[in-house]
Ligand binder design. Sequence first.
Ligand SMILES: [Zn+2]
Ligand SMILES: [Zn+2]
Length: 196
Amino acid sequence: MKQVKKAAIPLDLAGLGSAEGDSKSWRVQVELPAAIGTEDMAVPAGETLDLQVLAVAISEGVSISASGQARTQGECVRCLELVEKDIDFSLSRVYYYPDELAHLLNEVSGDSSMYAELDEVYQVCPDSRVDLEPLLIDAIVPQIPYSVLCSPDCPGLCPDCGIALAHAEAGHHHEKIDPRWSALKGIFDQEGDKNA
Ligand SMILES: [Zn+2]
Ligand SMILES: [Zn+2]
């Protein structure tokens, strides 16, 4: 069995009994060492998350549930404005004891579909800690919108001058009339005024 790398977001399970069914529920604050999200939108690194955690001892390891809220930041794909969105997340994962995990991984080699969640990152470390980072990634990333928009009907940027149309004057546009028609332009503008 490979040595597990140092937990990015360690969660101490001290106080949790090892008998099946023993459980412990508590609140914990964790600071993210790295951003969690997609290229378009993420919870920034350094953010502190307030988590409600439930740990339940099972025969193969410990089932960990974590839920909380996080503020994601991204950029509107149309107008490039900063977009902030609060998301709620909640997820449970089984963290296996190392020998149990090695056994399971050995058993399912070739049939990974059955144990899609089997991963060395979900493992109880010898010092009875687990790494919450993979769980938070799995909990948060699916909540991030596929297409980041400041509002569902964001008009985007003006193709001519690049201004965000949401902040431009109503009807923002640029006259692009062939000079040969400029004599007629005055007439069109008068028509427009009448209709306004
Ligand atoms: Zn926008
Ligand atoms: Zn413009």
